[in-house]
Design a protein around this ligand. Structure first.
Ligand code: ASP
Length: 345
C-alpha cells in the first residue's frame, strides 16, 4: 500500500499503473474474504463516511455505504429532497455540515462537472483533513465505476490474478453514448493505462471523432502523463467495424437527462444500429463478455437475450465487484491519512 499518493480521488487521469494495481490487489483480497459469518473488518472503526448524493443513484450509493459498513465505519447518508438544500443551503455549506460532524470521507455525486473537485479544494484551503471521493460528477468522471469495470475485466480474464497486466494488449469496444458518459471517460483513462486498445463505437452525435485523441495530452492539471505507454483509442461508426477482434464489449446507457438537444431520431433506430444482440456479438468471433454500468434501458442498449444471459453478461458481476473496489478505495484513502488501519487489526 506504500506509494499511494492520492488524498482525494476525483478522477482516474492521474492514476499510475501502480495505483490501479494497488486498488485491484486490495479489492481482490477483500473479495476473497468469506461471505458468511462475521463479515465486518475493523479497519475503519471510529471513522465517519458521509455519502452526499445530490443526484439519484441506486448502485453506487448503496455499494459505497455497504463498503464503508463492511470496514466498520459509521455511515451518514443525505437525501437532497429532505435536506436543507430545499431551503436554499449551498452544496459547500451542506458538505461543511458533515465535516463539522466529523466526517473523514465525503463521497460526493453531483450532476454538475467539477463539484467534488471544488469541495475538495475548499476543504484543503480551510485546512480540513476530510477527503473527497467522487461518486460521479456530470460528464466528467466516475472513478469507482472505472475501477470496478477494470477489476471485472481483469477477473474475467484471470480469476486468480486479476491485476492490470492481464489486460495488456486486449481490445475492448465501448458502444453508445460516450459523449455524455462519465463512465466512458473514466474507463478510457483506466483501460488505456493498463495497455488496452479501446474502440469507441456510435454515431457522430454521440461519439465525436475527437475522442480518438482523448488520452494523448497529459491529464488535466498534470505536466506529464503518469503512464508512459497507453493503449490506443480508435473510433468506428458501425458495430460491424468495431466488434471483430474485440475481447470484451461495454455498452453505455443513453443519458437522456444529459442530452441538451435531440441527438437521435428514435430509440428503435438506435437499437437497430447499435443495440447488442446475440447475432451482433457473434461478430466478435467468440463468447465475449458484455459489460454495462447500469441502469440499463432494456431493449435499447442491449436485447434481453444478452442482458439475461449470465454466461456472457457481467452486469451483476460488476455490481458485486463494486463493493470490494469501494472498500479498497475507502481503505487506501483512510490509510493515507493515518497509520491506524490494518486489514487484520
Ligand atoms: N450509473 C452510471 C453513472 O452514474 C451510469 C449511468 O447512469 O448511465 O454515470
Amino acid at each position: 500500500m506504500s506509494g499511494w499518493s492520492h488524498r482525494h480521488v476525483l478522477d482516474l487521469a492521474a492514476f499510475s499503473r501502480e495505483d490501479f494495481a494497488a486498488v485491484l490487489e486490495l479489492a481482490h483480497r477483500f473479495r476473497s474474504l468469506p461471505v458468511t459469518g462475521a463479515r465486518k473488518l475493523p479497519a475503519l472503526q471510529g471513522r465517519l463516511v458521509a455519502s452526499l448524493f445530490f443526484e439519484p443513484s441506486t448502485r453506487t450509493r448503496s455499494s459505497f455505504e455497504l463498503a464503508a459498513k463492511r470496514l466498520s465505519a459509521d455511515v451518514q447518508s443525505f437525501s437532497p429532497s429532505s435536506s436543507s438544500l430545499s431551503k436554499g443551503e449551498s452544496v459547500l455549506d451542506t458538505a461543511r455540515t458533515y465535516v463539522a460532524m466529523g466526517a473523514d470521507v465525503l463521497v460526493v455525486r453531483h450532476r454538475s462537472t467539477g463539484v467534488p473537485e471544488q469541495l475538495a479544494s475548499a476543504l484543503d484551503q480551510a485546512g480540513d483533513r476530510t477527503v473527497v471521493l467522487n461518486g460521479g460528477d456530470g460528464l466528467h468522471s466516475h472513478p469507482s465505476q472505472g475501477l470496478l469495470d477494470l477489476y471485472t475485466l481483469a477477473r474475467y480474464f484471470d480469476p486468480a490474478h486479476p491485476l492490470p497486466e492481464v489486460l495488456q494488449g486486449k481490445r475492448v469496444a465501448i458502444v453508445g453514448d460516450i459523449l455524455h458518459s462519465r463512465v466512458a471517460r473514466s474507463n478510457l483513462w483506466a483501460l488505456t493505462a493498463c495497455g488496452v486498445d479501446v474502440v469507441l463505437c456510435g454515431p457522430p452525435s454521440l461519439v465525436p471523432a475527437a475522442f480518438a485523441q482523448f488520452v494523448e495530452e497529459p491529464p488535466p492539471g498534470q505536466a506529464l502523463d503518469p503512464v508512459p505507454h497507453r493503449g490506443r483509442i480508435t473510433v468506428e461508426r458501425t458495430l460491424e467495424q468495431a466488434l471483430p477482434g474485440a475481447d470484451a464489449v461495454m455498452t453505455l446507457r443513453l443519458q437522456k437527462e444529459r442530452m441538451g438537444q435531440q441527438l437521435l431520431t428514435t430509440l428503435n433506430r438506435y437499437h437497430q444500429d447499435f443495440g447488442l444482440t446475440r447475432d451482433r456479438l457473434a461478430l466478435c468471433g467468440a463468447d465475449v463478455p458484455v459489460l454495462h454500468p447500469g441502469p440499463v434501458n432494456r431493449g435499447v442498449e442491449m436485447a434481453s437475450e444478452v442482458l439475461d444471459d449470465s454466461a456472457i453478461c457481467l452486469v451483476e458481476e460488476q455490481v458485486r465487484n463494486g463493493v470490494p473496489i469501494r472498500m479498497a478505495l475507502l481503505y487506501l484513502m483512510a490509510a493515507a491519512d493515518s497509520s491506524l488501519v490494518s486489514i487484520n487489526s
